[in-house]
Design a protein around this ligand. Structure first.
Ligand SMILES: [Zn+2]
Ligand SMILES: [Zn+2]
Length: 167
């Protein structure tokens, strides 16, 4: 009788260890938001936002100047020049926030975002929070904090669920 043939490793056994751990849906969309943020032209922080409903991406946005307008990285940013602290005097910067751009992109293309979830690299500011509430977004996932207590209060009052990634 022949001895047992040496066991051949299955293809899956060979390939599986090389694969990255499969992310959860929340991790997956959050990782995409982090990728979106790399397109930002803000001189202070790169923020990315992704709007999702039923596991479909509806819209994305990063912080930067409106279409056809020079970016802060090209012409300078008044907030930077005046040494305005983080979270204050947003109106002095020419850029839109990532969340605002994601909402505007949806409007531009006629995509309904009522009932959607926002994945954002940073906690939204109070101005974005107000837009998020009235856009019908029901849930927000973020990672990095932002010095804006009004925003968290507005979300709580509006019943929007806030989740910190990894926390
Ligand atoms: Zn700026
Ligand atoms: Zn904002």
């Amino acid at each position: 009788m022949d001895g047992e043939k040496p066991k051949k490793e299955s293809l899956a056994a060979v390939l599986l260890p090389r694969r990255q751990a499969r992310p959860s849906w929340d991790e997956y969309f959050f990782q995409i938001a982090e990728q979106v943020a790399t397109r930002s032209t803000c001189m202070r922080r790169q923020v990315g936002a992704v709007l999702v409903k039923d596991r479909r991406i509806l819209s994305t946005g990063y912080n930067g100047a409106p279409r056809g307008i020079s970016h802060c990285t090209q012409v300078g940013c008044l907030r930077e020049q005046m040494g305005i602290p983080s979270g204050e005097r947003h109106e002095l910067c020419r850029a839109l926030h990532a969340e605002q751009n994601a909402i505007a992109q949806a409007a531009l293309h006629g995509v309904k975002i009522d009932g959607s979830t926002l994945y954002c690299t940073h906690q939204p500011c109070s101005l974005c929070a107000k837009m998020i509430i009235n856009s019908g977004i029901v849930e927000v996932y973020f990672d990095k904090g932002y010095p804006d207590e009004l925003a968290t209060g507005l979300f709580a009052e509006a019943g929007i669920r806030l989740h910190r990634m990894g926390g």
